[in-house]
Design a binder for this molecule. Structure first.
Ligand code: ZN
Length: 313
């Protein structure tokens, strides 16, 4: 009698599962709205600018490291990467040399995917998740990634919703358009999906006028009257439109009318207007999430996978 009851119960459970088409081996999103920020390529602005932006609002992000670029100009040093993980950031793998993984032979794929992880782990870091360079991946790539990682992130500018593949995590490229980014956050909250944003260097683009002299790539610049210090990246000039300068402000918010002076070159230029400033964009997005949707969690990739019940590697 007891066995009969068990058979009935098991049959009922099987029928209910198939009725809703649920496969217990595939994680499901839909109970909690989640947001993740990933900074790709291991630029030093993750540490020099990003760490403060997120810490100011009690949040953390992920830094995806391409190991060949560690300690090269404008990229993170080992000490900075370790400091990010100690501050609660997740360090993700972004391969050894940032190739298009779809174009590699299996031995090279194995090398790109495993050696980078070993290098990072050799620095004492915990590395569970991968970001595909150029967001490119195919079934061959994913079959190898499954051996070494808990997940792999691609692009597609879409949400992770319903039953999702952890080796094909979807994400949105950060656009310099706060209302658009807020609309993605609104939608993720409504659908209780997992929204992943990714970007690269945290910098600012300003239109300049009254330019004198030539700035040197990488030099320190000061802004007056605000007193903000920044790093000069490059200037682009277009006929009809004029000149645009890329800088990395380390703190503060540059304003139109300020004078930029190169500390070593002595070159000067005046800010006509601000095209974008990633520092304020990211701050505004985090603040929007916290104030508008206090129950929406900002998580690292690994924390997101934990909350969704994806098995650890
Ligand atoms: Zn990349």
């Amino acid at each position: 009698m007891c066995r009969f009851a068990l058979v009935v119960l098991v049959s009922f459970l099987l029928m209910s599962c198939s009725a809703v088409g649920h496969r217990p081996d595939i994680p499901t999103v839909g109970s909690i709205p989640l947001v993740t920020f990933v900074l790709d390529d291991g630029n030093d602005t993750d540490y020099l600018v990003g760490k403060k932006i997120f810490a100011a609002q009690g949040a953390v992000a992920c830094s995806a490291i391409t190991t060949d670029r560690i300690n090269t100009p404008y990229h993170l040093t080992p000490a900075q990467i370790i400091a990010l993980q100690k501050a609660g950031w997740e360090i993700m793998d972004h391969t050894v040399s940032h190739p298009n993984l779809n174009s590699l032979t299996t031995p090279r794929l194995e090398d790109e995917l495993l050696r980078s992880k070993k290098i990072l782990e050799g620095m004492g870091l915990t590395v569970n998740n991968l970001v595909y360079p150029f967001n490119k991946n195919n079934e061959t790539v994913r079959s190898i990634v499954r051996k070494y990682y808990r997940s792999g992130r691609g692009g597609t500018n879409s949400f992770n919703l319903g039953q999702f593949d952890p080796y094909f995590l979807k994400s949105f490229a950060l656009k310099h358009d706060l209302p658009l980014m807020e609309s993605h956050i609104d939608q993720a909250y409504r659908d209780k999906s997992w929204l992943i944003f990714y970007t690269h260097e945290i910098d600012a683009k300003v239109k300049i006028t009254d330019s004198h002299g030539i700035f040197t790539k990488g030099e320190a610049v000061t802004l007056r009257p605000s007193g903000i210090t920044a790093r000069y990246t490059t200037t682009h000039w277009f006929p009809l439109y004029g000149s645009y300068m890329y800088i990395v402000p380390f703190s503060g918010v540059p304003q139109p009318g300020e004078t930029i002076t190169g500390v070593s070159s002595g070159a000067t230029a005046r800010i006509d207007y601000i095209m974008y400033n990633d520092l304020t964009l990211l701050s505004d997005m985090i603040s929007y999430i916290h104030t508008r949707y206090p129950d929406m969690k900002i998580v690292t990739t690994d924390q997101g996978l934990d909350l969704l019940g994806v098995p650890k590697k």
